[in-house]
Design a protein around this ligand. Sequence first.
Ligand code: PBG
Length: 332
Amino acid sequence: MQPLHAPFPATRFRRPRKSAALRALVQETQLAPSDFIWPVFVRDGEGVAEPIASMPGVSRLSVDKVVEAAREAHALGIPAICLFPYTDPSLKTKDCAEAWNPENLSNRATRAIKEAVPEIAVMTDVALDPYNIDGHDGFVEDGVIVNDRTVEALVKQALSQAEAGADIIGPSDMMDGRIGAIRAALEAEGHRDVCLLSYAAKYASAFYGPFRDAVGASGALKGDKKTYQMNPANRDEALRLVARDLEEGADMVMVKPGMAYLDICAAVKQAFGAPTFAYQVSGEYAMLAGAADHGWLDRDRVTLESLMAFKRAGCDGILTYFAPAAAKLLNG
Ligand code: PBG
């Protein structure tokens, strides 16, 4: 192998760092607004933006405000927005029927966005937790989260999202076999061009805490999600999950959380070369935004540095609550 550098002083690494122009010229990785998917929380009402205490700067938005957000995102060059509904506790049931109600919050928001800003891609979330009286992503029977019956429900939920006009469907539930089942149903029902972005390597993480507040699932959740989400200690399993989901018909795959799992992002991209996304989750956002609020970190710089790290690791894009702020910084 060639040595990676000639000896000093033939090589002075500081030469191309001398000016902004030279640094730009040798920069290996680029970050742009087109790398972002912006997750937003949707709630009922009109003209409402309700701040989320554990996610400073993030609010639950009523559908009209979500449409405004989509318009803003599109103007900033952000290609996709991802919807997470805050479901009224009275609509949470054992059978989770609200999940495939054509008139549920997520479907209403999807239709409203696609009507007002058809250019932006709408991504929706497939999982039962916002609608489940037990707070889990799947049905609970005798204290066990059951797989196959849950998959049948997830298929109904995904179809209702496709009917509403979702461009990208994101199963975040981690049940086995759901990608294949959803893909088959989408094909059978004529939704051939709906993308599946599988939450393929999703870990049972403590970094989801603020999200569960945001969607109102914290109170309902009994126990933990360790029988379906991954053990943070595992890497080989992530590769096997990604292989499985791509084979079952996923167009894109996700690693989640992000910053503590960059090794997984890199390994997945390297092994499969598939469109690979990371989710910089609520807890990661809260850490950075909270510290910035205290003046302990420089908000703008840590925002961009944390997002660049995903690109350097090999990700094609990032789901991030910083999307509009970062896009503004990048657009200058
Ligand atoms: C659940 C879901 C979660 C997130 C997205 N979808 C939380 C969980 O698994 O409990 C977390 C996102 C975040 O923390 O920002 N279907």
